[in-house]
Ligand binder design. Structure first.
Ligand code: ATR
Length: 306
């Protein structure tokens, strides 16, 4: 049963550009309803040059919180009043919680009456980085600490995954079409973490001499189009225990299909979307996210019409 909209209804939103394909409203409204919060979560197409105004407006209207997606995650760092310590290493935020002053403390607006007279601030968080670790853990049943991970791709997603997995204690092999970008990510890991176990490998080398790994993680865009080649030589798949593809549309990329045929455990990137959203809802509400309800809604939204 969904609460009707009244003059007391509180709002959360996602800002992106473009935004029309976002699965977040379906997933978050299912989570909000399962928690009985009575809020609504809506999506807005916000042009980057209007992002500051849009955040200020949400603060003025006492939204509960915001999600930020492409291309706003870096920009928004400069537009919040405080940044959660754990978000700082990522240089990006995907979640804002609006908070009201209560004496010396700041409380989430969810804990204050909608009409409370108080100063309000925007606090920035990043729930993306932990979502990759949680998804690998939950969806593949795998511990990252000590795992040998072959990470394909050194773009935005690959870089964030590399840094997060290195922190979690993975033993990383980085591969990227453009070698210089893999080298740059390696340098960033070494700067971030003394004693990190990471190196760059050449794609050609794996073709002739596959290496034993626990996990292959695809963070390239190869697989989005049906005509794409595999992001890795097929022979390498027989030397991996599990394969995770950050792509979730299609649900089974050619890489995951080939990985299954080679006997690997597999998972796609829908779990990353789920767990980043679940964590945002927890940050806003202070309650454990209703994972099953959110997963079901996400699944329906992403795959129902395929
Ligand atoms: P995202 O933010 O999703 O990570 P991105 O930063 O554009 O997107 O990164 C795309 C990744 O896919 C990169 O690792 C890219 O390799 P390059 O750094 O060499 O560009 C990889 N990629 C895209 N098309 C590719 C192709 N045809 N073959 C191999 N790698 C490809």
């Amino acid at each position: 049963m969904i609460d009707p909209i009244t003059a007391m209804t509180r709002i959360c939103a996602v800002y992106g550009h473009p935004i029309k394909h976002s699965a977040s409203p379906a997933m978050q409204n299912a989570g909000i309803a399962a928690l009985g919060l009575g809020w609504r979560y809506v999506a807005f197409d916000v042009h980057p040059e209007n992002l500051r105004d849009a955040i200020t407006g949400a603060k003025a209207m006492r939204f509960i919180g915001l999600n930020l997606t492409v291309p706003h995650k870096l920009l928004a760092m400069q537009m919040v009043d405080v940044i959660d310590e754990a978000a700082k290493p990522w240089g990006a935020i995907n979640t804002i919680r609006f908070e009201g002053r209560s004496g010396e403390d700041w409380l989430p607006l969810a804990q204050l009456p909608p009409d409370v007279e108080t100063e309000i601030r925007a606090a920035g968080f990043n729930t993306d980085a932990d979502a990759i670790v949680r998804s690998i853990h939950e969806d593949l049943g795998m511990r990252i600490t000590g795992a040998r991970v072959l990470l394909l791709g050194a773009g935005g997603a690959g870089r964030a995954a590399a840094l997060r997995l290195a922190r979690e204690g993975a033993i990383l092999k980085l591969q990227n079409r453009t070698r210089a970008k893999a080298d740059e990510v390696l340098a960033a890991i070494k700067r971030d973490l003394k004693g990190a176990q990471a190196e760059v490998v050449e794609p050609e080398l794996l073709q002739t001499a596959p290496i034993e790994v626990d996990l292959i993680l695809n963070a390239t865009s190869l697989g989005l189009k049906a005509s794409d080649p595999l992001p890795i030589h097929e022979g390498q798949l027989r030397n991996a225990k599990a394969v995770y593809d950050m792509i979730y549309q299609p649900a089974e990329t050619p890489l995951l299909k080939a990985a299954k045929a080679a006997g690997c455990k597999t998972a796609n990137g829908l779990g990353m979307l789920l767990y980043q959203g679940a964590k945002s809802l927890e940050i806003w509400s202070g309650k454990p996210a209703p994972i099953d309800a959110m997963r079901k809604a996400l699944h329906q939204h992403v795959y129902a019409h395929v």
